[in-house]
Design a protein around this ligand. Sequence first.
Ligand SMILES: [Zn+2]
Length: 55
Amino acid sequence: MTCKCGAIYEVIETKGPSRDESSFKCVLCNKELISWTGSNVSQFHLIKTPEPDRE
Ligand SMILES: [Zn+2]
């Protein structure tokens, strides 16, 4: 999943106990990327940031 700001997230879908609505916001721009309901819970791991690595 790629955010508008350029951040790339790895999405891991897991099935857990039923929960209320959940949503995920980009940790960089704080924009809501996705929301869901029900028992399918997704986890998101930031794997790439918009800014290139500098060495
Ligand atoms: Zn973002």
